[in-house]
Design a protein around this ligand. Structure first.
Ligand code: AP5
Length: 216
């Protein structure tokens, strides 16, 4: 199974995508995580991406398209969930070309949405583990031991781009460049809209219904 999750910053793509990919036994290809790993490792792509990410701008298409194509090629036999790619219409066109080249198709494209107050609340309270990348929220999914990851004991931090002024810019970029993807996908087979304003478990149940994974 191949899936795309798209929607605004903080809507829960990473939270739900990781869980769903694990349950479905497919790869979770989160563009933001792939880029942050490249920045940490100081690769050429990471060096190019860093300045855009810190400012809350989109990294140039040619950089992200090349990176995601490598990862899709690695995981094509397993199936994959794309989270954060594509993020504009040019990337969606590049993805379609890439999939056709590899003889692949997408089974479900899910647009997750929630009111802006939820997005701000979620992004401002997000904490991430430095070691394993697992996400928490100060209020909605707090760690058992303050400042430490429940999974691996790593130190938790707030993402540089989760500061209020950068969040505002990310939301603007989203409205201008990513929201138009709705027009690109909404008439295609396998497209669904998902209200992601509820609590995490309810959103996950609704997502599984949309992609037709059995409840277990
Ligand atoms: P990226 O890391 O992809 O950031 P994003 O799209 O802005 O999305 P987020 O990770 O902020 O939010 P999310 O929807 O995954 O929410 P999460 O599940 O964590 O991209 C970062 C940057 O990389 C971009 O700004 C850009 O520079 C660059 N980039 C990435 N992809 C690119 C591309 N294709 N092209 C060009 N540049 C690209 O949830 C957020 C918080 O809310 C968490 O704390 C979570 O615990 C909590 N939460 C989740 N769901 C709920 C719920 N239902 N109720 C309460 N709390 C919840």
């Amino acid at each position: 199974m191949n899936l795309i999750l798209f929607g605004p910053p903080g809507v829960g793509k990473g939270t739900q995508g990781e869980k769903l990919a694990a349950e479905a036994g497919i790869a979770h290809l989160a563009m933001g995580d792939i880029l942050r790993a490249a920045v940490r490792n100081g690769t050429d792509a990471g060096l190019k991406a860093k300045v855009f990410m810190e400012a809350g701008k989109l990294v140039p298409d040619e950089v992200v398209v090349a990176m995601i194509e490598d990862r899709i090629a690695e995981d094509e036999s397993k199936g994959f969930l794309l989270d954060g790619f594509p993020r504009n219409v040019a990337q969606a066109v590049a993805l379609d070309e890439m999939l056709a080249k590899h003889g692949l198709s997408v089974d479900h494209t899910v647009f997750m949405d929630a009111p802006e107050k939820n997005l701000l609340d979620r992004l401002c309270g997000r904490l991430i583990c430095k070691a394993c990348g697992f996400g928490f929220h100060r209020q909605y999914s707090p760690p058992q031991n303050s400042g430490l990851c429940d999974r691996c004991g790593g130190e938790l931090y707030q993402r540089e781009d989760d500061r209020e002024e950068v969040i505002a810019h990310r939301l603007e970029v989203y409205r201008e460049q990513t929201e138009p993807l709705l027009g690109y996908y909404q008439d295609k087979d396998g497209f669904s809209k998902l209200d992601a304003s509820g609590e995490m478990a309810a959103v996950y149940t609704a997502l599984k219904q949309v992609v037709k994974i059995q409840h277990g």
